[in-house]
Design a protein around this ligand. Structure first.
Ligand code: HEC
Ligand code: HEC
Ligand code: HEC
Length: 447
């Protein structure tokens, strides 16, 4: 009897030791650190907190599993929790490093949840190792301070009136290529066919067509001011104009093959222009792309009415000023921010309600793979349905709207935005004022 008692107590004691040792062992786990390197101290502190307290459930590949993850029962629960967490928010290494922006909507949600103390969720804490204590007041401040500073940084600013720094020779070469239909396989399309400078830098169509009439699946964005976008294409797959154009020549409806480029590069007129733009280099695809990128980079529309208003001139009618106020108060500016009123982050289309269900009912357009947006590049679940926020400069000239080209009328686009991004229906008066404000963003390009 005594022996059984003794064995039982040894057993209980070992259980106790085990119970204590398991959580303690978690502190010995090595965590992979992402170094921040953008020199912003506030960001550094912010990223530290995320890496200490959040990435276990909110990153694709930075999760550190506790020792008891080896137990099948624990594993099932932990895996499920992380899956739910990742679907809500999933940060990648570039975002924690500071080289890729975090969506403004995500930043606001991070600040909100940390402020409320609702993360990590209480009912998940039991099984989740070193985050059970929640976020300390010190860490909370680091998060809130950074998000506040980011808001200031994203201020809407006028487009610079400075002319392009590129040489006139390069711009001349790029401008000629831009309108040259010999860049397309059947000599019927040029860049300007789809990015028409008289049509706000776009084509006025829901989708462009290829030379043999096949329809594209994404609306053509404006080329104007595109140099200020942080990434290119709706899903942001390119991060600079040269990389974009090297691919776009062949992938767009131009279907401009390397053989076609080689042929065009033997044209005496181009050889002459290229020798002025790039003395000592043989003309080929690389220089062609470079001069096109220089030219596209020079396509800006400074001094629109709104920019003149920002600089203190009396350039805006009262209705447009009221619209600008609404644009800020309602929160459009959280996503449409910076010099381009957009082009600074990826945001979910349908943050507050299911946009794709609405579209199916209203326009009978079923969801397809292009609607996954940023997800197609990253494969991160929370990126599904995120798009690069388009610039709103010249937006009054570039109907139809959205990546799917589904909306013709600017007033309707504004209403869709308010309902699906802000969860709020606008009055007719508010819609009118917002549209009037958006019209003041139309500018002209100085040749
Ligand atoms: C133990 C796993 C876990 C940890 C650690 C965790 N979260 Fe979460 N988080 C979740 C889960 C699960 C959800 C989705 C369910 C929910 O919203 O409660 C979520 C949802 C979110 C959301 C979106 C929900 C909303 O209300 O918008 C944000 C933002 C968020 N977490 C931020 C954070 C931050 C910031 C941290 C670090 C301080 C953190 N989380 C730590 C599991 C976690
Ligand atoms: C057949 C129509 C068509 C032609 C021709 C065309 N584009 Fe595009 N362009 C598009 C579409 C559609 C997109 C968006 C693709 C996406 O997001 O996946 C785009 C995207 C772009 C962008 C990125 C804009 C941004 O901010 O994301 C630039 C810049 C651009 N094109 C420049 C050019 C140049 C320069 C040429 C000539 C070499 C050209 N395009 C030829 C249709 C066209
Ligand atoms: C949560 C972020 C977010 C907020 C808030 C937001 N937008 Fe947008 N906006 C986007 C995204 C993302 C798109 C692209 C969606 C798509 O193409 O599917 C977009 C597209 C647009 C377009 C169409 C532009 C084009 O060229 O196709 C207009 C116009 C617009 N927004 C205006 C507004 C206005 C006005 C508000 C405030 C009432 C607003 N947005 C609020 C993210 C946002």
């Amino acid at each position: 009897m005594a022996l059984i008692k003794r064995l039982a107590s040894i057993f209980l004691l070992s259980l106790l030791i085990l119970a204590l040792a398991l959580p303690l062992s978690n502190y010995l786990l090595q965590r992979a650190r992402v170094k921040t390197n953008n020199g912003d101290l506030q960001f550094q502190a912010f990223s530290e907190v995320l890496q200490n307290s959040c990435v276990d459930c909110h990153s694709a590949d930075l999760t550190v599993y506790p020792v008891y993850y080896q137990l099948p029962a624990a594993r099932t629960v932990i895996d499920r929790d992380i899956e739910i967490g990742r679907a809500a928010l999933c940060l990648n290494r570039d975002q924690l490093r500071g080289t890729e922006p975090i969506a403004m909507a995500d930043l606001m949600a991070i600040a909100r949840t940390v402020n409320e103390g609702s993360m990590p969720p209480a009912n998940y804490r039991a099984l989740h190792w070193n985050v059970a204590g929640g976020v300390s007041p010190h860490d909370k401040l680091a998060i809130l301070n950074y998000v506040k500073s980011k808001n200031v940084q994203l201020e809407v600013k006028p487009i610079s009136v400075e002319r392009s720094m590129e040489s006139p020779q390069k711009l001349k070469l790029g401008a000629k290529l831009y309108v040259d239909k010999r860049l397309s396989s059947k000599n019927s399309l040029s860049c300007a066919s789809c990015h028409n400078l008289e049509k706000g830098g776009a084509d006025g169509l829901p989708f462009p067509s290829s030379e043999d009439g096949r329809k594209g699946r994404l609306n053509t964005p404006s080329v104007f001011n595109s140099r200020h976008n942080f990434r290119y294409f709706w899903d942001g797959r390119f991060d600079n104009l040269n990389a974009l154009l090297a691919g776009h020549l062949e992938d767009s409806a131009l279907e401009c093959s390397d053989a076609l480029i080689a042929k065009l590069c033997r044209d005496p007129e181009y050889i002459e222009l290229a020798s002025q733009a790039y003395p000592d280099k043989p003309f080929g695809k690389e220089l062609m792309v470079d001069s096109l990128a220089a030219y596209v980079g020079s396509l800006t529309t400074p001094s629109c009415k709104f920019d003149r208003y920002l600089k203190g001139e009396r350039a805006l009618p009262a209705k447009a000023i009221a619209g600008w106020r609404l644009f800020q108060e309602k929160g459009c500016v959280t996503c449409h921010s910076g010099v381009n009123l957009g082009g600074m982050s990826f945001e979910k289309m349908g943050l507050k309600a299911d946009y794709f269900a609405y579209r199916l009912e209203k326009h009978q357009i079923a969801e397809s793979d292009v609607d996954a947006g940023r997800f197609n590049v990253t494969k991160v679940p929370s990126d599904r349905g995120k798009f690069k926020v388009p610039s709103l400069r010249n937006v009054a000239l570039t109907s139809p709207y959205f990546h799917d080209g589904s909306v013709k009328d600017l007033a309707e686009a504004v209403q869709v935005m308010s309902e699906f991004q802000l969860g709020e229906k606008l009055s007719d008066k508010e819609t009118e004022e917002l549209v009037e404000f958006l019209k003041s963003l139309s500018g002209t390009h100085r040749k």
